[in-house]
Design a protein around this ligand. Structure first.
Ligand code: CMC
Length: 433
């Protein structure tokens, strides 16, 4: 790992006792007090529900500076990757630490694409889901089902070769699972994966292609590729932390990633892209007046939040949302689509950015605010949006799972301060009023 143990220490005084806490300094000069021995030394733990101020690991995958709106994968700015890289290159960069050279890229691409097909017999599982099943429920469940076909990849302490095989298998088969689920849920025939198409084009073809259909439109492929890259990693967010925590029990990668999919589904996380479009649609149905929604979001007696706004870490702007907002205009123009929801979104953003409530709380549009408009424009149904986020985040999850397993980090097990009743006796049923 790249974090340096420094000579700096922090002093903590409690009840007349002073202890030194070592300070860890990252390569971007971020600092952390190391409190691992605090309870042994003082009997006291730290408290940080929601982990707003708690580092769970050192990591060399993604750097994020929320104050400056910086996001880099393995040091490379997201703007450059979104503009120039392919999703496969980006996946290789995240998982293995470096952009691949030509030979490595060809090899990685080939090794992924030759694993696209699902195991024989697996397709029948899809027919067991009711038509009402949410695609994220199906995806999470089917990743677990996939594990039952690969008992040889469930080793809690995988070798280097096994780890590669796990990564290739999941990178290859999860898009296929998602596409088969899409087709089956609509009673459509499954479209076989094609190794001659790129990663994004192959997925789009499995979803929308079939006999007599043209290969996916390059504008759509390009927009989809960018969505995958922008969502590929975001350091210790809820789903990635879930992948790491679940993985720390040394369960296998299939169950860790399946748990990540479940965490991502929530509307405060990846599910926000679906929630944003639903919100914009209800504004549209109500005559386009966004003021009511801004008022609702500010009303502390309501649970409503402006979907696609705010971020735990970004406090000035989300660099991904800037790229997506620009891409939105370009993609819609190229495809000749006029989406009234884009106008509503822009008005809502403008109104919120002038509103004192949002300004003082530093609430800006996040990656999900405009992503749904692109996904709509390229024909993805609203309840599939979070699946696309999951496909994008997959390389990040795999990179973190790999880093965790290789680091040998011990099992994650937070503590708590108990606030329930103190000891009291059991009362038999006959004595309870
Ligand atoms: N609408 C209205 N108020 C908000 C919003 C919002 N979207 N987001 C935060 N606030 C308020 C919050 O009520 C609190 O107010 P107060 O200080 O008066 O109590 C203040 O801003 C600070 O918010 P917080 O709850 O401490 O923020 P958090 O870091 O816990 O939550 C968040 C971050 C993203 C969950 C939250 O901003 C939110 O719920 N946003 C809407 C859902 C969303 O768009 N999620 C996608 C996140 S980006 C993609 C991803 O990572 O998955």
């Amino acid at each position: 790992m790249t974090a340096a143990a420094s000579t700096e220490t922090a002093k903590l005084s409690l009840n007349g006792q002073t202890i030194d806490l070592p300070v860890i300094i990252g390569t971007e000069k971020e600092k952390a007090f190391e409190i691992g021995k605090l309870r042994d030394q003082t009997g006291v733990i730290t408290m940080d529900p929601g982990f707003g101020n708690t580092g769970s690991c050192v990591s060399s995958i993604t750097f994020l500076d929320g104050e400056r709106g910086v996001l880099r994968y393995r040091g490379i700015p997201i703007e450059q990757l979104a503009e120039q890289a392919t999703s496969t290159e980006t996946a290789h960069l995240l998982i293995y630490g470096e952009l691949p050279n030509k030979r490595e890229l060809e090899q990685f691409t080939q090794r992924v694409s030759e694993r696209y097909a699902l195991p024989d017999g697996m397709e029948r599982f899809f027919d067991a889901f009711p038509k009402s099943a949410h695609p994220m429920a199906v995806l999470s469940a089917m990743i677990t089902v996939l594990s039952s076909y690969y008992p040889q990849l469930l080793n809690p302490y995988p070798t280097r070769e096994e780890m590669d095989e796990i990564i290739l298998t999941l990178m290859a088969k999860i898009p296929t699972l998602a596409a088969v689920a899409y087709r089956r849920s609509r009673g459509l025939d499954v479209v076989a994966p094609r190794a001659d198409l790129g990663y994004s084009a192959n997925y789009l073809n499995m979803v929308f292609g079939g006999p007599g259909k043209k290969d996916p439109d390059p504008t759509i492929v390009q927009a989809f590729r960018q969505m995958l890259i922008l969502h590929a990693d975001h350091e210790q967010n809820c789903s990635t932390s879930t992948v790491r925590l679940v993985g720390s029990s040394r369960t296998n990668a299939f169950s860790s990633i399946s748990s990540g999919v479940s965490a991502l589904w929530g509307p405060l996380h990846g599910g926000a892209n679906q929630a944003v479009i639903e919100m914009l649609e209800s504004i549209q149905k109500g005559g386009g007046d966004s003021k009511k929604y801004i008022a609702m979001a500010k009303d502390k007696t309501s649970m409503f939040r402006l979907m696609g706004f705010g971020h735990r870490v970004y406090k000035n702007f989300d660099p991904r949302s800037r790229i997506i907002k620009k891409a939105c205009d370009q993609v819609l123009a190229k495809l000749g689509v006029k989406d009234p929801l884009l106008d509503i979104a822009k008005q809502l953003e403008e109104a919120a950015l002038k509103d004192e409530y949002f300004v003082t709380r530093k609430l800006y549009p996040n990656v999900d605010f405009y992503s749904g408009i692109i996904l709509r424009a390229i024909g993805i149904p609203t309840n599939e949006f979070t699946v696309i986020f999951a496909l994008g985040r997959l390389p990040g999850w795999l990179a973190h799972w790999k880093e965790l397993v290789e680091s040998g980090q011990r099992i994650g097990r937070p503590r708590q301060i108990y606030m329930g009743p103190t000891e009291r006796p059991y009362r038999p049923l006959t004595q309870r009023g």
